[in-house]
Every structure is written in C-alpha cells, then in structure tokens.
Design a binder for this molecule. Structure first.
Ligand SMILES: CC/C=C\CCC/C=C/C(=O)SCCNC(=O)CCNC(=O)[C@H](O)C(C)(C)COP(=O)(O)OP(=O)(O)OC[C@H]1O[C@@H](n2cnc3c(N)ncnc32)[C@H](O)[C@@H]1OP(=O)(O)O
Length: 290
C-alpha cells in the first residue's frame, strides 16, 4: 500500500514537472476553433515533441495528431506512458484542440504493448509506479473529452490494443502481416479486468470471451468483422480517412457529444476511480519468471 502511495506521488511529481495543469475543470463548448479572436491570424500549426512521441496540432481544424516514435516497437515503458499522459493533458488543456488522431511513426507496429522489461527484475516501488502509469494512461485516454481516433498502421497486441480500444473510433490498415488483440492468455498471463471490460465494450461478451480465453491476435479482416476495428483502409488512405472521420465527429456540438461519451463510459470511470490494485512484486516475478 505504501509502495502504491509512493508510486502515485512519484507519477504525480513527474506530471507536475511537465508544467501540465490537471484535472480539467469544465467541459469544452463547441466550436472551439471558431472562437479565435476576429482579426487575429493564429499560427495554424503547433507542435511539441519528446523522445517518445510527436504531437502536431492544426489549430484551424482543432485536430491534433499524436505519433508514437519509440523504436523498435513503441513498447509502453514507464517513460513512454508518462510522456503519453503529459502530451494528452497538454492537448486537453489547449482550447484550440477538439480531436486527437493517434498513430505510429514506426513501420509495421502501432504499439507492442506494455514494455516487458519494465516488469522484470525491478523493485516493488518500480512495479507500483509502472502499474500506476498504465492505469493512468487508460483512465485519461478512455475518459478524454477529446474525440479520439486510432489510426492503426501496424500490429497492436495487448497494451497496444488497449490504447486503440480506448479511442472513440478505430481505423486499421489492411495488411496480411498486421494483427491486433489482447493476447495475454497466450503469454500465460491474465488481461486485467479493465482491459477485458474495454474489450467487451467494443466487441460484445461472446466474441470477447472466446478471443480472451484463447489470447487471439486477429487478422485485420477478422478484427473488422468482430467490431474490434471500425474500418479498414489501404495504408495510403489512412490519414485521409482518419481526418474525414474526425470531421464527422467534430461536426457535432462538443458538449452533447462529451456528455454522451461520459454517460456511456461512466461505469468504467467509477471503477477506475478506486485505482485497481497493483499486482505484487512476486506476482510480476512469477508471471515473467524473472
Ligand atoms: C504481472 C503482470 C500482470 C499483468 C500484465 C497484463 C497486461 C499485459 C499487457 C501487455 O501489453 S504485455 C506485452 C504483450 N506484448 C506482446 O506480446 C508483443 C510482443 N511483440 C511482438 O509480437 C512483436 O515484437 C511485434 C510487436 C509484432 C513486432 O514484431 P517485429 O518482428 O517487428 O519485431 P521483433 O519481434 O523482432 O521485436 C523487436 C525488438 O523489440 C522487442 N520487443 C517486442 N515487444 C516488446 C515488448 N512488449 N516489450 C519490450 N520489448 C519488446 C523484442 O524483444 C526485440 O528486441 P531485440 O531486438 O533486442 O531482440
């Protein structure tokens, strides 16, 4: 318990050092981008970056694109998760931003999921901090007020799939080599219940039960058929499609869409507010035999 509290403090300090203010206090009002003072021509693009993630915000459309750029496979390390939360928080606090497209700058991989090296041979405090960061990433993304579109341009197992599932809409590139799913059971581990709930929410109970028990990684057509991804496109059309989908979602008043999203995801937010327990150090070590 003390380790979890210490981890929460460390994570909060990392976020605070970033200069990010949170939590967001009031819902945005539509349309953000139209509320620029008349006569002032704002810079159309803003960008910020760290060594894991690049973010570009087009202030004229209100749409930001977040690109994962952490070679070799965009694994979700503690640093990555921290940078992710900081970047998301910055966008949430930017009145010019209404929508976020998440994609990868690494060829063939969207994200390989949780960084396995973070879960081996580390201290209790480290596991607690890491686990806290995993939960925080999900809570913030799943509960985000922004319209979130996952433009999945590569394989996306386990935690990578969770990121996609936490978005409002998923578009995946058609490629016979790409797979997506919660494959934890194949690794001999159990997907945490909030991974499972997010999955069930997208594909329904029966499909989730089969897929999770077998730890399946689905091909793109299969993922599309079962509703794990909403749309499939050729690689060269991905960005154009993501922008078109975003425009469709942003055509609605923010407050109505946000309240609806919040209503749909409320059960999860209630669950998450109690911060599911961190697995113990011995659990990590037994799981990964390290
Ligand atoms: C106690 C814990 C309790 C519960 C946890 C439950 C929740 C767990 C969620 C997770 O997300 S666990 C992680 C699950 N992830 C995977 O199973 C993915 C494994 N990786 C792959 O399938 C492939 O790497 C790929 C993403 C499809 C990419 O394939 P590619 O052929 O392009 O690359 P390659 O396999 O050669 O890998 C390159 C390089 O990257 C390292 N790697 C891969 N995945 C991870 C990872 N998740 N974490 C850390 N490192 C990873 C891999 O070892 C290679 O390293 P090397 O070059 O040094 O050998």
């Amino acid at each position: 318990m003390a380790a979890v509290a210490a981890a929460a403090g460390t994570f909060a300090r990392r976020m605070a050092r970033s200069g990010v203010l949170f939590p967001r206090s009031s819902p945005q009002v539509w349309p953000q981008a139209a509320r620029q003072p008349p006569g002032l021509l704002p810079a159309q693009r803003r960008a910020f970056s760290n060594n894991k993630i690049l973010v570009e915000l087009d202030t004229s459309s209100g749409v930001a694109t977040m690109k994962f750029k952490s070679p070799p496979v965009n694994s979700l390390s503690l640093d990555f998760l921290t940078e992710f939360c900081i970047s998301l928080e910055k966008l949430e606090n930017d009145r010019a931003c209404r929508g976020l497209i998440i994609t990868s700058a690494i060829p063939r991989v969207f994200s390989s999921g949780l960084d396995i090296t973070e879960m081996c041979g580390k201290s209790t405090e480290h596991y607690a901090e890491f686990w806290r960061a995993v939960q925080e990433m999900w809570i913030r993304l799943y509960g985000s007020n922004l319209v979130t579109v996952a433009a999945i341009n590569g394989s996306s197992p386990a935690g990578g799939c969770l990121i996609a599932l936490s978005c409002d809409y998923r578009i995946m590139v058609e490629n016979p080599k790409y797979v997506i799913g919660l494959n934890e059971a194949q690794l001999g581990i159990v997907a945490p219940f909030w991974f499972k709930d997010t999955f069930v929410n997208a594909v329904g109970h029966r499909a989730a039960e089969r897929s999770l028990q077998l730890g399946l990684l689905h091909s793109v057509p299969e993922a599309h058929r079962m509703g794990l991804v909403d749309e499939v496109v050729p690689e060269e059309k991905l960005q154009e499609k993501a922008v078109a989908v975003m425009a469709q979602w942003l055509a609605l008043p923010d407050h109505a869409r946000q309240l609806t999203k919040s209503m749909m995801r409320k059960t999860f937010r209630t669950l998450s507010s109690s911060h599911p327990k961190t697995p113990s150090r011995s659990h990590f070590q037994r799981t990964w035999r390290c």
